[in-house]
Design a binder for this molecule. Sequence first.
Ligand code: C2E
Ligand code: MG
Ligand code: MG
Length: 640
Amino acid sequence: MTPEMTSTNRILVVDDDAMLIGEYLRCLGEGFEPDCATSTLGDLEKVLFGEDTDENGAARFDVQSRNQGKAAVDAVRESVKVGRPYAIVFLDIRMPPGIDGIEAARQIRELDRNVNIVIVTGSLSPEPEDLGKVVPPADRIFFFKKPFHAVECRQLAAALCGKWHSDLALRRANDVLEQRVWERTEALHKLAYYDPVTHLPNRLKLLDELQLLIDASTDSNLQTAVLLLDIDRFSFLNETMGYKSGTELLGAIGKRLVRTCQDLPDAQHSIVGRFGADEFACLVPGIKDNNELEEIVERVRTSIEEPFLLRGRELYLKSSIGVAWHPVHGSDSKTVFSCAEAALHRSMRQPGRCVTWYHREMHNRALYEFDLQSELRQALENGEIITWFQPQLSLLTGKIAGVEALARWLRPDGTIVQPVDFVPLTEEMGISDLLFESVLRYVSSAVSRWKAEFNWDVPVSVNLSAHQLRNHKLVEIIQSILEKDNVEQSFLNLELTETVLLEDLTIAEPVLRDLSKYGVGIHIDDFGTGYSSLSYLADLPVQTLKIDQSFVERLTESETNAKVVQAIVALGKAMGLDVVAEGVETEQQLLMVAKYGCDLAQGFFIGKPMMETDFLAWCHAVDQTTNDLPILPALASENG
Ligand code: C2E
Ligand code: MG
Ligand code: MG
């Protein structure tokens, strides 16, 4: 409650004529008996003042008096100071030897902008309009003609006190309204520029902030970097831990990044924000050189890899990071951000996930992909996407025991586009289903031909993209394609990378069960690059683990690498799974993976991916000259 709210009808009467003061006190005092009894006055006062009236319905006025202008000004100053302002000041116009009523009014107005000032005068000059200008506002200054009638005076006092109270109520309502408008504006501003989950600046705000940092740095030689981070596996965590924990985790990541940025050289101007669903941005100004930037990126990256404690559980995260910086990659915030996004995009596509530094080549690459995108849909419809086959060798029998189908885009000009260049595009364009169906149709017809022509039964593996797991009709589609060629489902294996599987485990699990029930095999591709925890692998209907080729490649490098492969094999075996070694390029690698107990091997040393005619010729040659195939004697001696 403000002090003002406690004020009653306080009136100050100012006149150098003691008689007149007496008259004021009489007519404004309690128990005043109007000479001509009028009930209208009582009624008016009752309406205006409610409880502030006496038992007869007459208003109660708290009247004080002064006999000089200066004393009146002092009284008003004091009344404001103690929070008990006057509703009305009746001011005589001439009060020698002190200041006149007009001057007193001017000074009073400076002290109290709400009080109603009544200039009590025997003449009518200055003109009333002028007075409003001299002591504004015009609606709070009045003339009252002397000599006045007591009832007139009381009526005026009652009306002006009523006005003073309603002005006060109006001001309060306005204050509340203004406060509310301010709060709403603030809330809207927050909504528009801040992320409600982490309370960090959002994308829009980050763009503005980066521009400000860039503008502030133009005269210096310092760089301003944008680090964009995407949290690996976030959707998986969100689905498995529940939305609430996911939200908590986002908050914790935001805080962690803020803390990390507080230790940077220009911590004061560094900004952390949430750029998208599981994407964060760090804006780092004041960077001297690339070494410093590298160090900063490394700090940010490792800070995310420190465990997070969430509801009593330790969580380990990884991030993909894209980095771009001003002025090298752009002179405005939009350009620099789009470069950082391109770099992030590249990072996210890399199997190991990592830091990618923007470089100009990426721009050309983006243009190239843009061209490819426009042709890709047509290419799928025109049958330009073909399937190559790569053999898988049984390390037990030395025979071809499986085949992987790998897509290739054969463009009309004869150039071949590798899957790494167009498979991700099909995902981004939402046409990965078309790719999958086209490869499966090719595979299905090939398997049926091979069976008919050579009575050859060998299972073929087809790669699945993440998106396929969201297709509710997946089993139906597979079934209709295989049935059309009369191919049994046991001849089809589906390869799913570990990362894809984990990103969407809750979605993947029922789909995998349906597929398995239908009778196709499920293989985990690129095993070891993700975060497979055995506990849920054991629960999934998986038959085979394909050890990622990076492990096979480093096999001979050190004892530790060899031990990792041995451990993966042991793990697969313990779970009753077959293990395939991918990317076998040398005889030594082949012998090692055979020794460690892998069931199958796939790689250039055995055979590269080939188009169907070449593949069949290759199989034929192997069949004819089994013992001449360089790999087989080596294996035989190893086994024997
Ligand atoms: P992936 O499924 O892990 O396939 C194995 C990749 O390793 C193939 O690359 C294969 O050519 C290559 N490779 C095999 N042996 C060796 C070796 O000894 N050394 C080396 N350095 N590489 C070897 P490719 O054909 O370029 O395919 C790359 C990836 O593209 C595949 O990895 C798969 O994830 C994806 N992909 C290919 N075809 C399809 C498809 O039809 N659909 C989907 N969704 N993805 C596909
Ligand atoms: Mg594969
Ligand atoms: Mg693989």
